[in-house]
Design a protein around this ligand. Structure first.
Ligand code: RIB
Ligand code: CA
Length: 313
């Protein structure tokens, strides 16, 4: 079996770190590079973290390309240190400065050069993908698939009542990405908020002494404490690892084929609106001519937690 070439676009980010280690350890995947973007933290912090994660995983040969510092049309909303820590990986004190440096390509340039024929696993705001399309307008006819952790089709948002974090960070970019010709799978809150790794499972998965496990133990404990504080639940949402799991076992998911628009105006900015059909207005203009996405609407949540646990264990 030939491994699937994957470029991971990421804002690491604690759940990004889990997804990145999962992908690096998967024989089915050939991670050809990490492209970084602002989101959970500023892009310079995300880039430092991407380099650190690769070095801790003894995969320092995988290139990192630094990407956008802000959305295509607005200011960066800012980091979320209360969720991911000031250092973006849980402020465990374990992070050392990376030995390596990013390559001399922007993330958009790296995507233009390496995404053709490959799959893009997008775990942050979609700014880099939109900029890559601007640089190379035929890129969307060359990329094998884009799997996006982001959006909320039929459930509320997590960053605002309307919108999911990656989408609300750059709705303009997301609407461009969801309107392009590449095959897109949207792994949104509809499924990721149902994939919770509970406390005992976290303890089991992060109990080892490998460098990657020690880093995850420190990072996850920060995110776990945040979620316990705000929700009273002892566990963590596996948002980004669920998107990575889609690549490893899509049979764990059920999808619907819908065109999706991303709201860019007003208090619902960032909301992903699928056209499910059957409305009075048979062909609403905003969705006319839009490509169909594979939108994840159901998931074997326990199956994803088992897969992630098994692979990380
Ligand atoms: O809404 C969850 C998403 O936003 C995840 O990708 C998380 O890492 C943050 O980027
Ligand atoms: Ca992320």
């Amino acid at each position: 079996m030939t491994a699937r070439r994957v470029v991971i676009d990421t804002d690491p980010g604690i759940d990004d770190a889990i997804a990145i280690f999962l992908a690096l350890g998967a024989a089915e995947l050939d991670v050809v590079g990490l492209t970084t973007v602002y989101g959970n933290c500023a892009v310079d912090v995300a880039t430092r973290n991407a380099l650190v994660l690769l070095e801790v995983a003894e995969r320092g040969e995988v290139p990192v390309a630094m990407g956008a510092a802000a959305p295509v049309a607005t200011e960066y909303r800012g980091a979320i240190p209360h969720i991911h820590g000031v250092d973006g990986l849980g402020d465990s004190g374990l992070l050392t400065e990376p030995a390596g440096r990013p390559v001399d390509l922007t993330a958009a340039e790296f995507l233009c050069r390496h995404a053709p024929g490959a799959t893009v696993l997008a775990l942050g705001p979609l700014t880099n993908l939109a900029l890559a399309l601007r640089l190379r307008p035929d890129l969307d006819t060359l990329v094998r698939q884009v799997v996006v952790m982001g959006g909320n089709a039929l459930v509320p948002g997590n960053a605002t009542p309307a919108a999911e974090a990656n989408m609300v960070n750059d709705p303009e970019a997301a609407d461009v990405v969801f309107g392009a010709r590449w095959p897109v799978t949207m792994v949104g809150l509809d499924v990721t908020q149902r994939v919770v790794m509970d406390g005992p499972r976290i303890d089991a998965v992060t109990g080892g002494d490998a460098p990657t496990t020690r880093l995850l133990r420190g990072a996850i404990s920060f995110y776990r404490r945040f979620l316990e504080r705000v929700s009273g639940v002892d566990g963590i949402y596996l948002h980004d690892p669920t998107a990575a799991a889609y690549l490893l076992d899509p049979g764990l998911f059920r999808t619907e084929r819908w065109p999706v628009r991303v709201e860019t105006q007003g208090f619902s900015r960032g909301k992903t609106w699928p056209n499910l059909g059957g409305t009075d207005d048979e062909a609403p203009a905003a969705w006319q001519g839009r490509p169909l996405l594979d939108v994840c609407v159901d998931v074997d949540a326990a199956g994803v937690v088992d897969l992630v646990s098994r692979r990380l264990g």
